[in-house]
Design a protein around this ligand. Structure first.
Ligand code: NAP
Length: 294
């Protein structure tokens, strides 16, 4: 593909951006679809963030992803936010919607769609079920919001090493809970709840490369075949948590699926096209594997 004046552009804005997989995901999709499009990754300073967004608008970028440390700060630079972004209080995707000469900057949070994507085949089975979320940081917000909005759980327990963080997350999102009962606890008190859960989601970084022998849950015999265990970590693709849960018959879902799901949601917002997720997954798994075994 030759880059030219009509090439459609998107970028990641963050600091740092060097370790992001977003360029690989999006550029693979553009190649597979033979789209005249290019995805960049630019590190910007806080002082330059507003100018960077204005520049993208002026240069007719179709959109941008936003990562650490700007997911909250970017909000004031948007014209409006989607319900997901407003509820979570964080934006990971900008869409520049152009009508004539007018451009509206929409802030979205596609982590919600990304989290839910691999659960779609299990949605009916999960309805009325019990969900345990380990960790209560940024990703847990998207997981809790997605869970109560789309999985119709009867109960969601958020377990964090600082239980006050879990309480604060619940307090922020309880207005969206509907009939689901939300509760918070310390990570060490979650024992029997793991056994009783239909879905366990790890949103902590415990088990992430290079600490691949670590696990956020120390009693693997709690896992069984009538549950789904979902780890948001994507490096390694199969964490110790997932290996232990899988060995006991649980259905396991790795973080690559959410990573692709959030990108696929941004891709459709920018291009109107479906992302070729199978091809993207193949490239991504090879890339993540090669990082640890160069
Ligand atoms: P975050 O905002 O820093 O939140 C991390 C949470 O884990 C916090 O509750 C934190 O508690 C807890 N935690 C950290 N270290 C811990 C430890 N050693 N033991 C117990 N709890 C611990 O991070 P995040 O943005 O939510 O990301 C969390 C993980 O999800 C990362 O591994 C990230 O790569 C992954 N993620 C994946 C995707 C995807 O698309 N697959 C998307 C987003 C995030 P404290 O506040 O007490 O430290």
């Amino acid at each position: 593909m030759t880059i030219g004046p009509n090439t459609r552009l998107a970028t990641l804005l963050g600091n740092p951006v060097e370790h992001s997989f977003s360029p690989i995901i999006h550029n693979t999709a553009y190649q597979v679809l033979a789209l005249d499009a290019l995805y960049l990754a630019r590190a910007v300073t806080t002082a330059d963030l507003a100018a960077a967004v204005e520049g993208l608008k002026a240069l007719r970028f179709m959109g941008a992803n936003v990562t650490i440390p700007f997911k909250e700060r970017i909000i004031e630079l948007t014209d409006r936010m989607t319900d997901e972004a407003a509820a979570i209080g964080a934006v990971n995707t900008l869409i520049f919607r152009r009508v004539g000469d007018d451009v509206t900057i929409i802030g979205d949070n596609t982590d919600v769609t990304g989290f839910l994507a691999p659960l779609q085949p299990h949605q009916e089975w999960l309805a009325g079920g019990r969900i345990v979320i380990l960790g209560a940081g940024g990703a847990a917000r998207a997981v809790l919001y997605g869970s109560v909005m789309s999985l119709s759980p009867s109960e969601v327990l958020v377990a964090a090493r600082r239980s006050e963080q879990a309480e604060s997350l619940i307090s922020d999102l309880k207005q969206h809970a509907g009939t689901a009962r939300l509760s918070a606890t310390g990570l060490l008190n979650v024992g029997r709840h793991i056994r009783d859960a239909d879905l366990v989601v790890n949103t902590t970084p415990v088990g992430m490369y290079p600490d691949i022998d670590a696990s956020p849950w120390q009693d693997p015999d709690a896992f069984h075949q009538d549950q789904i265990v979902y780890d948001l970590i994507y490096n390694p693709v199969s964490t110790r948590l997932l290996k232990e849960a899988s060995a006991r018959g649980a259905i396991v879902i790795n973080g690559i699926e959410m990573l692709i799901g959030q990108a696929a949601a941004a891709h459709v917002l920018w291009t109107g096209l479906r992302m070729p997720v199978d091809e993207v997954r193949e490239v991504l798994i090879k890339t993540v594997g090669a990082l640890r075994n160069p």
